[in-house]
Design a protein around this ligand. Structure first.
Ligand code: NAD
Length: 251
């Protein structure tokens, strides 16, 4: 058990919410940050080890206001999970600049801004950053020119952070989830896409929020004290598969 403090962005639902609960169960105090204030207040009500922070990670002023609030509430910060993300899919020629920016400003700018604001507090604790990218940042696919590019950039940013912040004792790692049936995924995954994922994933199924949360919690913890600059796909084997033809499986 620990009395450490983690800040999780995008904590009002999905993978962020599951991570908040898992880490609370392990003794962490959790600063739960989200721009969906209504949902955030609902899911944090009655929680003893958590507090809500309403903030849009893509807006520098809001991030600059939220981080001191987290520190004044909890007094320290041992880990940051940059999980807030949006998904919008579309063909390249129909991805207009507004859509490109909507995806980049949360998925990429948000990770940059929150990490930077958290840096002095993380230096003080020799803390950890865990960025949530995606298998879409590791493997290219159709309709994801904005989403996939934003997530590939998060993978590279993680390595930059590890390289530069290691001498301050800060670790930075990246988790790339495979498909998980959250609101984000269900908005962009048709039944056809779901079936195709089942065929292409060696474990033959979508992941669950808590299965991603376990990897995030490990990377935040002292058990991962000598792990930095790594990219871990929690994806049922999707990334490792080259020719994963369903017809070649021994059924
Ligand atoms: N679900 C999947 O299949 C999947 C796969 C790969 C990667 N991911 C990544 O995992 C992360 C979590 O996704 P999820 O599936 O739990 O999504 P979700 O939509 O269920 O939850 C995302 C949360 O982030 C919040 N959020 C979005 N933009 C924000 C902003 N600018 N500022 C503050 N909060 C913001 C939303 O309000 C929401 O509560 C995302 O980064 C996503 O890209 C998800």
């Amino acid at each position: 058990m620990t009395n450490n403090v983690v800040l999780i962005t995008g904590a009002a639902r999905g993978i962020g919410l599951a991570t908040a609960h898992l880490m609370m169960d392990r003794g962490w105090h959790v600063a739960m940050l989200d721009r969906d204030g209504e949902e955030l207040l609902k899911v944090t009500s009655g929680l003893e080890k958590a507090a809500p922070f309403i903030c849009d990670v893509s807006i520098p002023k809001e991030v600059a206001t939220a981080l001191p609030q987290v520190l004044s509430r909890f007094g320290r910060l041992d880990a940051v999970v940059n999980n807030a993300g949006v998904a919008e899919f579309g063909p390249i020629d129909q991805t207009d600049f507004a859509m490109w920016r909507r995806v980049m400003e949360t998925n990429l700018d948000g990770v940059f801004l929150v990490s930077q604001e958290a840096m002095p507090a993380l230096k003080a604790t020799k803390g950890a950053i865990v960025n949530i990218a995606s298998i879409s940042g590791l493997r290219a696919s159709t309709l994801r020119v904005a989403y996939g590019t934003s997530k590939a950039a998060v993978i590279q940013m993680t390595k930059q952070q590890a390289a530069e912040l290691g001498e301050s004792g800060i670790r930075a790692n990246c988790v790339c989830p495979g498909p998980v049936k959250t609101k984000l995924a269900l908005a962009v995954h048709s039944q056809e896409i779901i079936d195709a994922y089942h065929d292409a994933i060696p474990l033959n199924r979508y992941g669950q929020e808590v299965e991603i949360a376990e990897v995030i919690a490990f990377l935040c913890s002292d058990q991962a004290a000598y792990v930095t600059g790594q990219v871990i796909a929690a994806d049922g084997g999707f990334e490792s598969t080259g020719v994963g033809l369903p017809a070649l499986r021994d059924k």
